[in-house]
Design a binder for this molecule. Sequence first.
Ligand code: DX5
Ligand code: ZN
Length: 212
Amino acid sequence: MIKIHPSILCADLGNLANDLKRLEGADYLHIDVMDGDFVPNFGLGTNMIEHVRKHSDIPLDVHLMIRNPSRHIRHFRDIGAKIVTVHPEADTHISGTLQLIRELGMTPGIALNPGTSVETVKEVLPLCDHVLVMTVNPGFAGQKFLDFTLLKLAELGKLAEEKKFDLCVDGNIDFDRVKLLRPLGIKSFVIGTALFKHDPAEMIRKIKKENK
Ligand code: DX5
Ligand code: ZN
């Protein structure tokens, strides 16, 4: 069964508690944390994550788009993260950070920018349960899908079973794109703009029914 991770960045933040109730069937809530340095945007901070935690029981998948993430791993554990995903481009000691995430009882994930190759992370794939491929440049929702990332997705799709990680995509995913990408071995989908535009629970149901 595929997994859907709604991107909370795309929810109505002024009416978040209400939007969180509309996510029935979601497997994880995808939380984008941005430091204004690794990516040219800010968000979502501690207060917001605690608010999400208070209003939803769906586990949190925290995507850290921040430099030197190892400094903050304990903090995200303390505020309720389940999956913690870090970028190799932002961390000199990525293997230590992935080990720390697991030691603290969470699921280690690695995220690859569109320009980062599989070769760059090959050594640390055995340390990851979750591999997130960015199909837009990280930092903003509502961007155009970058077709050149498809080659990398196909390459990782072939490795996913052997290396035992969940392959996940993030960036301009919608109903049609899930259908196209599922045969590549992708099991998990972050969906932002396309999900909150409609009735999210209805769309999650429809996507899961079509892609078993
Ligand atoms: C982009 C974020 C994504 C984004 C997804 O930096 O990592 O999670 O919110 O939004 P859409 O689906 O609109 O690309
Ligand atoms: Zn994200």
